[in-house]
Design a protein around this ligand. Structure first.
Ligand code: FNR
Length: 189
C-alpha cells in the first residue's frame, strides 16, 4: 500500500446516480486506497479490425487499467444486464488478444438503481464477464443499492448513517481483498 484503484462508472450520463454512489464510496475509502476515475465515454465502439492500430483512447484505457492495483466498477443495470458503454470498455480493455489488461486485477462491483432490485441481476452478468477476463472478484460483500435522493447531499456524501456504514464496510472489505489478492498473486506481466 497505498493501492491505486481505478474507478469505472458504468453510466456515462452526467446525471448518473451511479456516479453519485461512486463519488460517495470514494469519499469513504480507507486512506491506503487512492481512487481515481477511469472514464469510458470517449471510446468508440470496439472493432477488431482496429486490433493492429488501437485508437489512442483505447490505449489510454488499457494504460490506466494496467497501472491500477485494482478496479472498482459502479454500474447501473440496463435491461437486466450491464450498459453497452461498460461492455464496450471491457471489450477494448480485454484486447488485442494476449494483452488483456484486466487479467488478475482485483475487482469490486457495486451499483444503484431507483428500484428495489439495486442492480443485482446486472451484477450477475458483470461477474460472469469479469470472471472470463480472469479478474479475481470480491464476493465477501455485495452492494445492491436502492438510490434515494435524500440519502446523499449535494457533494455526494452519503448522509444516511446506515447506508454510509454499509458503504464504509464495503470499501474496507475491498481494501482487504486487494491486499490479499496482490499478496497471493503479485502482479506480473
Ligand atoms: C434502465 N433502468 C433499469 N433499472 C433496473 O433496475 N433494471 C433494469 O434492467 C433497467 N433497465 C434500464 C435500461 C435502460 C436502457 C435505462 C436507460 C434504464 C433504470 C435505471 O436503473 C435508471 O435509469 C438509473 O438512473 C440508471 O443509472 P444512472 O445512469 O443514473 O447511473
Amino acid at each position: 500500500p497505498p493501492y491505486s484503484i481505478g474507478v469505472i462508472c458504468g453510466s456515462i450520463a452526467a446525471s448518473s446516480i451511479n456516479r453519485r454512489l461512486a463519488n460517495a464510496m470514494m469519499k469513504l475509502a480507507p486512506e491506503d486506497l487512492q481512487c481515481s476515475y477511469i472514464e469510458i465515454d470517449k471510446l468508440g465502439l470496439y472493432n477488431h479490425d482496429l486490433d493492429g492500430d488501437y485508437p489512442p483512447e483505447a490505449q489510454e484505457l488499457k494504460r490506466q487499467i494496467e497501472s491500477s492495483d485494482g478496479i472498482l466498477i459502479v454500474t447501473p443495470e440496463y435491461n437486466r444486464s450491464i450498459p453497452g458503454a461498460l461492455k464496450n470498455a471491457i471489450d477494448w480493455a480485454s484486447r488485442p488478444w494476449g494483452t488483456n489488461s484486466l487479467a488478475r486485477k482485483p475487482v469490486g462491483i457495486a451499483g444503484a438503481s431507483p428500484g428495489g432490485i439495486g442492480t443485482a441481476v446486472g451484477q450477475q452478468h458483470l461477474k460472469a464477464i469479469m470472471s472470463f477476463c480472469n479478474a479475481p472478484l470480491m464476493n465477501e460483500i455485495e452492494a445492491y443499492i436502492t438510490f434515494k435522493e435524500e440519502d446523499f447531499d449535494d457533494d455526494d456524501n452519503c448522509t444516511n448513517e446506515s447506508t454510509k456504514g454499509f458503504l464504509q464496510s464495503y470499501m474496507n472489505a475491498y481494501d482487504d481483498f486487494v491486499r490479499r489478492v496482490l499478496t497471493v498473486v503479485p502482479q506480473q506481466r
